[in-house]
Design a protein around this ligand. Sequence first.
Ligand SMILES: O=C([O-])CC(=O)C(=O)O
Ligand SMILES: [Mg+2]
Length: 226
Amino acid sequence: MTDPPRADIAAAETLGGYGVATVHEALGRVGYLGPEFRPVWTGARMGGTAVTVMCWPGDNLMIHVAVEQCRPGDVLVVATNSPCTDGLFGELFATALQHRGVRGAVLATGVRDVADLREMGFPVWSRAVSAQGTVKSTAGAVNVPISLGGQTVHPGDVLLGDDDGVTLVPRAAVDRALVAAEERVRKESAARAAFAAGELGLDRYGLRARLPELGVEYVSHTEYRP
Ligand SMILES: O=C([O-])CC(=O)C(=O)O
Ligand SMILES: [Mg+2]
């Protein structure tokens, strides 16, 4: 068996720097795992390549198997084969992963030891926080395609996380994402400067002229401008 191909680590980190909303939007509003995936501590940010894990509910055996597969720049991504909010992951796993240079973890389950994870600065996103303990009994799979948050994650794909949640960039879309995200950052900084100077989105985006055809009834208040 050989390791699955993975996206370029530097590219994954750069995408992480752009952030979830920017990259998701730049790729055409795709890839977002949805609002249920929350960072367990505020301010976490990461971009890395997926090592995928399929666990049974209430069983973290395969996370132990997966840790050994992780290399610097990776993100551990865990799904279960039916819904589960138990605390499959905590600071001990995070300690082992941090030692291996792993950038963070994303779990469709619950996680625990949140205070320790925050203290360690190890970024984790999950659907739940739960102290509920789990067993290590049932075989699952590592580095197979998994589904979570409505997205299919293949091993080696890029996952980004920040306070807005988690988004997926398939390995084949990484180069396009880099170009599109840079372009979006450029556009948004121009828009930010314009808004700071008082321009309105209605004018900047050509919306004012389209309002009648869109059926929006309103009274213009240009005299309100500061
Ligand atoms: O050990 C477990 O089952 C999960 C956990 O709490 C940890 O990784 O610290
Ligand atoms: Mg623990």
